[in-house]
Write a protein that binds this ligand. Structure first.
Ligand code: NAD
Ligand code: DAU
Length: 357
């Protein structure tokens, strides 16, 4: 297949870096990684591919219209994969401003620059152009008390400043497709986990706190349900949608791995008993570190995705089960203590526990 130029925003983040590694390792496409390098962006997650001549990094804020215009002109991308965002629900409760700025205004800016660039493309390049907006299942709100699954037609009902900002950006993307005919596609995915996950999210936080003999904070009763997907399965789905998805469509992506938070935390503790039996001084069982703390404000109880559309129409299925994926993930954190150390030397010191205890 002819090599494409793919501009990935947020490529230094957790999912973006998995997409960039996948594109460089498994395709012949060129990647332009556009990232502001906030606290969540880490170029060390790209070390495995950053020397590849098909990879370029641009440290740019997606809200900067002049710079985004320059990037489109200079790199002439065929596809935009837009992942850059503020992504942590707890941070959006502490301070929603950056979420409004990046997730809503940043997406608006990117769309406007893309529209200007696309409008002036030569016919052949114009026909192939795509803007893929990467979003979340949290836009659909809470499934508490039902067996329902989120489908592509579930009405939007976001609960947190984060999910409201993502819902807003989804609506704006759809409007740019309908009104201006910009060729857009949207994906909404469930909770990801896997290597290079920033340790303020549940799974990496629990692994690293356990290894350090620190409390494992479980919000409320720990009975909230999330649908977990291994990040490399998500990356494969995203590249498939970006290249083969139908313009104007939405695809839900999920693993059908619904787990209560407390079960996820217990599973990690059990894996660590096997894989890291030499515990910090004074710790008999990793599970003894589990600490129930104050619940998240507005906490959604259950998310679950119906991924049958992407499975039927594009032939995507996840390669990992939760059991295989969580085993690989725990082992990755044990094998990559340097990456973890550097991340923790920086701005983030697992401060959520302080705020919620
Ligand atoms: P992340 O927080 O790990 O990474 C976000 C990246 O975006 C970082 O590299 C950061 O530096 C960059 N960024 C932030 N603001 C920017 C700006 N103004 N300009 C340029 N770059 C900026 O996020 P993630 O977990 O990798 O999520 C990526 C995308 O996928 C987000 O849009 C998120 O909403 C969506 N998503 C995440 C999950 C999940 O489970 N993590 C699930 C579904 C969808
Ligand atoms: O559903 C997709 C979403 O998944 C993405 O859109 C978000 O970007 C991503 O951060 C994630 O959101 P969550 O809020 O579900 O992820 P988090 O890892 O923060 O929390 C997972 C669950 O665990 C949630 O119910 C809150 C709970 N939790 C979280 C932390 C950090 C705890 O019980 N203790 C904790 O310390």
């Amino acid at each position: 297949m002819k090599s494409k130029k793919i501009l990935v925003t947020g490529g230094a983040g957790f999912i973006g870096s998995a997409v960039v590694r996948h594109l460089i390792n498994d395709t012949n496409d060129q990647v332009i990684n556009v990232d502001k390098l906030t606290y969540a962006g880490n170029l060390e997650s790209l070390t495995p591919v950053s020397d590849n001549p098909r990879y370029t990094f641009e440290e740019v804020d997606i809200c900067d219209a002049k710079e985004i215009k320059r990037l489109f002109k200079q790199h002439q991308p065929d596809i935009i994969m837009h992942l850059a965002a503020e992504s942590h629900v707890d941070r959006s409760i502490d301070g929603p401003g950056d979420f409004i700025q990046t997730n809503i205004l940043g997406t608006y800016n990117l769309l406007e620059q893309a529209r200007d660039y696309w409008t002036n493309l030569q016919p052949e390049k114009k026909t192939g152009f795509r803007f893929h907006h990467i979003s979340t299942d949290e836009v659909y709100g809470d499934l508490e008390g039902t067996d329902d699954l989120f489908t592509e037609t579930t009405p939007y009902a976001p609960s947190s400043p984060y999910s409201a900002s993502k819902a807003s950006s989804d609506h704006i993307v759809r409007a740019w497709n309908r009104t201006f005919k910009l060729p857009t596609i949207i994906t909404n995915c469930s909770n990801n986990y896997g290597p290079y996950h920033f340790p303020e999210k549940l799974i990496p936080l629990v692994i690293l706190n356990a290894l350090a003999g620190k409390p494992l904070p479980v919000y409320g009763k720990g009975n909230q349900i999330r649908d977990w997907l291994y990040v490399e399965d998500h990356a494969r789905a995203l590249v498939l949608v970006a290249i083969c998805g139908k313009i104007g469509e939405t695809y839900n992506i999920g693993g059908r791995n619904e787990k209560q938070n407390i079960d996820v935390v217990n599973t990690i503790c059990e894996l660590l008993e096997e894989l890291a039996p030499n515990k910090p001084k004074g710790i008999n069982n990793y599970k003894d570190l589990i600490t129930f703390v104050m619940d998240r404000a507005g906490h959604d109880m259950r998310y679950a995705i119906d991924a049958s559309k992407i499975q039927k129409e594009l032939g995507w299925t996840p390669q990992e089960t939760f059991e295989s994926g969580i085993g690989k993930t725990v082992q990755w954190y044990l094998d990559n203590q340097e990456w973890c150390k550097h991340i923790q030397d920086g701005s983030y010191q697992r401060e959520r526990l302080v705020n919620y205890s």
